[in-house]
Design a protein around this ligand. Structure first.
Ligand code: ADP
Ligand code: ZN
Ligand code: ZN
Length: 748
């Protein structure tokens, strides 16, 4: 990561001359910078990397990013256009941030201009002003933050809720965009002393002091984890905090944040999902009186922009964000915390395919601050990094307080008659939990009613016409839907092939299990949580409130349930079907399945009452499953790592996946064959393929892939560079859409 480009900017070796040009990164898929003449009257020696510059590009204006100042490579100076204006007096990115972006562009082999653009919120990317606009913001007072919504005044309640969700207050324009009369309720909230108008930036710097002392004394494991990180606050070190669910990881984060704030530094906290932010935000706000901002894609652009600038300018001390927040500049960096580090959502799956976890580690290193990555089920990559000494492992081996680990029981469903996927044993336990006034949680891998519609006369199944995938039945909306391209059609009555009226749902989805449960337990209060039922904004929060208020008896849903939520009343967990995960082609499937089982199981019995986990399977003898259930995740992970080592798979080797797609079947394979031929000359890199993608046709396009693998990073990256440089000479390049995925986490 030694980056010579910094020095370009000092101008030291260069004569001040009219020949100097601005080297600008343009946010387009172009692997080079562009030369522009400086705008008249600009002092070149004062310019720094990362500055936003407005330039003409093609027939339009665009915002580019200054990489350096130097001699032009364009021979004919008359061809150079002048830059139009400098958008900032000083760069919004600090030099360490620029260095990370340059590293990321090289490491992920992604165009520099697009990498720079990724670091900025959309408004700034579009050239918006970074000056703290002097707008009138409606914000909440401390009393307003703590207030419960007034039940008699629904509009006030609505406005209060909107404001409670916005960290920095809202501008009039944003409030108007709500589309309802907010002015009258605003006046009422102000009269109550709950809301207040403020000018300019919403919050001034507040010292980071604890408002509420911690209710707990740290246990020895927590204390030594906290001490270890505190001991390294002055430099870089990567820590892996391995703690079973409910072992008090969040408590460790809170203590560390408190200490870092007390030293006047900032904390960046990264989470895999928007859905997890409200809960953590609540815990941080309840404990620390400091300005905390949230940054994720669910926020309105102006608010995201304000949050980004607040961290950049130091008016905020804590940032809570998802993947895209990892590039946010910090004026006083102190600590990075990344929770649920094993979660694949940290990897961006399109365009700029970076891993926010890996970028965060590189950033911490560059900023010379510690990073703490937490998980109950660490990724094998991170455990590999512990083995090799790159990460320091900190363990919280036990649940806090009285909570005991849940008890696992495997239900062999091979010779059983199931009731819509539910075994008698599971049904009996659900009934028993209800009788005790406790909650049951059921995990099903798939949303919708059933994964497909089949003809019992001829065996025809409903397939998407544009993908190699089956259509999923959605009963509530009475449609068949493709989960890959979104294609929808009405549910058929008769088989289109043999005309028999005997079409039946095949397989299980959340909707179908919900129906079956409603029949079995007519008095039960059911709640289904999946992507369909939580689509409306705020619905997930409502659901979580209901669960925690004890207004739900049986909770069922997909992956969403597995992630981080705390359900104190759940004592029974049923896992309906994970067998699919045990037999996938992806070598990471076993790891994912194990993580999912442990995470779902971790929702059970988090308080006084013990938890029971029932796992339905047709593979009770599966070695991986047995290891996991008998000996726990660490033992499973060790065995899985040994297998990876023997098979020379990551983390014991490095991969890059080149994907290509086109409107016809042959072109992607032809394109990738040319690359494979080039790769064949390299002995240190193995080229596997090209092969058709696991789903060869998606949304009407044909897809192939070529996997590159090497025992060392360098030859792999060198080869990738060579392949990309060579592409313009391959005739098929123009007819495919290709991407290069470095360290792919999903081979699909
Ligand atoms: P995790 O993040 O590992 O799932 P949490 O930090 O949410 O765990 O802690 C789980 C529960 O235990 C919470 O209710 C928390 O308040 C409580 N807790 C945390 N640390 C302690 C402690 N040292 N003593 C008692 N209770 C604790
Ligand atoms: Zn048929
Ligand atoms: Zn489709």
């Amino acid at each position: 990561m030694t980056e010579p480009l910094d020095s370009l900017l000092t101008n030291s070796g260069l004569e001040p001359s009219a020949d100097l040009v601005l080297k600008i990164a343009i946010p387009r898929p172009l692997r080079r910078s562009f030369d522009y003449l400086p705008p008249p009257g600009v002092d070149l020696s004062a310019l720094q990397m990362g500055l936003r510059v407005e330039v003409p590009f093609g027939s339009r204006k665009t915002v580019g990013y200054l990489l350096g100042v130097g001699q032009s490579e364009v021979a004919d100076k008359a061809l150079l256009k002048p830059a139009l204006s400098l958008l900032d007096r000083e760069p919004l990115l600090f030099s360490d941030d620029c260095a990370i972006l340059l590293w990321a562009s090289r490491y992920y082999h992604y165009p520099i201009g697009e990498v720079f653009a990724t670091a900025f919120p959309v408004l700034l990317r579009q050239g918006g002003s970074a000056e703290p606009a002097c707008v009138r913001l409606l914000g909440l007072t401390a009393a307003g933050r703590a207030a419960a919504p007034p039940t008699r005044a629904p509009r006030q309640a609505m406005l209060l809720q909107v404001l409670q969700e916005s960290a920095l207050g809202m501008a009039t324009a944003e409030l108007n965009a709500l589309g309802w009369d907010w002015q009258n309720p605003a006046r009422a909230l102000i009269d109550k002393g709950w809301a207040i108008y403020q000018d300019g930036e919403a919050e001034a710097i507040k010292p980071g002091v604890a408002v509420t002392a911690s209710p707990h004394q740290l246990n020895p494991a927590q204390q030594s984890a906290v001490d270890a990180v505190l001991d390294s606050l002055d430099g870089y070190r990567a820590f892996l905090l391995e703690g079973v669910t409910g072992s008090g990881k969040t408590e460790v984060y809170l203590r560390l944040a408190e200490q870092v704030l007390a030293r006047g530094a900032q904390v960046m906290i990264l989470l895999p999902e928007i859905n997890l932010t409200p809960q953590l935000e609540g815990r941080f706000r309840a404990r620390l009186a400091t300005s905390l901002v949230v940054f994720h894609s669910g926020l309105a652009e102006p608010e995201r922009c304000r949050a980004w600038l607040a961290l950049r300018n130091g008016t905020a001390s804590i940032l809570l964000g998802t993947r895209s927040a990892v590039f946010t500049p910090m004026s006083r960096p102190g600590l990075i915390i990344l929770d649920e580090e094993h979660d694949a959502s940290f990897k961006q799956q399109d365009h700029f395919r970076f891993s926010a976890r890996d970028v965060a580690v590189m950033r911490a290193r560059r900023l010379r601050i510690p990073i703490l990555m937490g998980s109950a089920t660490p990724s094998l990559e991170s455990l590999g990094n512990v083995q090799s000494g790159r990460y320091v492992r900190l363990a919280l081996p036990e649940r806090t307080g009285v909570a005991a680990p849940p008890v696992f029981r495997v239900i062999d469903i091979r010779k059983q008659r199931l009731n819509e996927g539910l075994s008698d044993a599971l049904l009996a336990q659900i009934g028993a939990a209800m009788a005790r006034g406790e909650q049951a949680l059921l995990f099903i891998n798939r949303r919708g009613f059933a994964p497909t519609l089949i003809c019992h006369a001829c065996g025809w199944v409903a397939e998407c016409q544009r993908c190699d995938a089956r259509l999923v039945i959605h009963a509530a909306e009475r449609c068949l839907r493709c989960h890959h391209c979104g294609h929808e059609e009405p549910v058929l009555r008769d088989c289109p092939k043999c005309r028999t009226a005997d079409l039946r749902p095949l397989g299980l989805g959340t909707e179908r299990v919900e129906q079956a449960l409603a029949k079995q337990f007519p008095k039960a209060r059911l709640l289904r949580m999946d992507r369909d039922s939580t689509r409306r904004k705020g619905s997930l929060e409502d659901m979580l409130d209901k669960i925690n208020a004890g207004e739900v008896d049986i909770l069922l849903g997909t992956q969403m349930l597995a992630k981080g939520h705390h359900f104190p009343n759940v004592t029974l967990v049923g896992i309906l079907d994970v067998d699919g995960g045990l037999f996938s082609l992806d070598f990471r499937a076993g790891e994912r399945t194990a993580q999912l089982i442990v995470q779902v199981a971790g929702r059970a019995g988090r308080e006084e009452r013990p938890g029971l986990v029932l796992l339905q399977t047709r593979q009770p003898e599966h070695p991986l499953l047995r290891k996991l259930i008998r000996e726990g995740y660490p033992a499973f992970a060790e065995a899985a790592l040994q297998e990876r080592r023997a098979a020379e798979l990551p983390p014991y080797s490095y991969q890059a996946l080149c994907r290509a797609e086109a409107n016809d079947e042959q072109t992607p394979a032809l394109f990738l064959t040319r690359l494979a031929e080039l790769a064949a000359g390299q002995t240190e890199v193995l080229a596997l393929g090209p092969v058709p993608a696991p789903m060869p046709r998606q949304a009407g396009r044909w897809r192939s892939q070529l996997l590159l693998q090497s025992a060392e990073r360098k030859p792999l990256h060198d080869l990738v560079e060579i392949l990309i440089r060579h592409m313009p000479q391959i005739p098929e390049t123009k007819r495919v859409r290709w991407s290069m995925d470095i360290d792919p986490v999903d081979l699909f």
